[in-house]
Write a new protein. Structure first.
Length: 179
């Protein structure tokens, strides 16, 4: 089903994800970590089948969202303008090549791939913690980088995902003329 282009866009969650993605992409680029794709995605996971045999990708995705009291405690309070607690996945994945004979990579190749994933992990951390996506941002409360969870190498993909939590407080400023 095609959705009309004239729906009212979200101004509470999506703008923060887009700003975060800009910072993450910028820090990966500054670290010379090449990817074939990166950006905001939806869903409970990420389709890694598009990486190919020599590619890599990164993503920012809303893992879940709950109504929270100020300070980040989930409480389910009903309100027209609730404080929201967003759990966001910020991840990276690269191809994990299998040798032609089906054997695992040698230790030096394993170390190089591990180092690449760790370099991406730290570049994304700097994008979350050191970039200005949340500084002075209207509507952002407490920001917490929680954990990095490694993924792979099953399926020929190696990487991981950060869990980032942040409060969304109040509404984003309405554009001129908006109700």
């Amino acid at each position: 089903m095609d959705q009309p282009d004239n729906y009212t866009p979200d101004r509470r969650v999506t703008p923060h994800l887009v700003a975060l993605a800009g910072c993450v992409g910028e820090r990966l680029e500054q670290s010379n970590i090449a990817t074939c794709w990166g950006g905001v995605v939806s869903g409970d996971g990420v389709d890694l089948s598009e990486i190919g045999t020599d590619g890599a990708m990164w993503w920012v995705r809303l893992a879940n969202l709950t109504v929270a009291a100020p300070g980040g405690q989930a409480n389910g309070t009903v309100s027209c303008k609730p404080v929201l607690l967003a759990n966001v996945g910020v991840g990276y994945a690269t191809c994990y090549p299998i040798n032609e004979d089906g054997e695992a990579l040698d230790p030096q190749q394993q170390l190089k791939l591990s180092d690449l994933v760790h370099a991406a992990m730290m570049a994304m951390y700097r994008g979350m913690a050191c970039c200005t996506w949340h500084e002075g941002s209207v509507g952002i409360g407490q920001v917490t980088v929680v954990t990095w969870t490694p993924q792979g190498p099953q399926g020929g993909v190696l990487g991981g995902e950060w869990l980032l939590q942040f409060e969304i407080i109040g509404n984003r400023p309405e554009p001129d003329g908006a109700p």
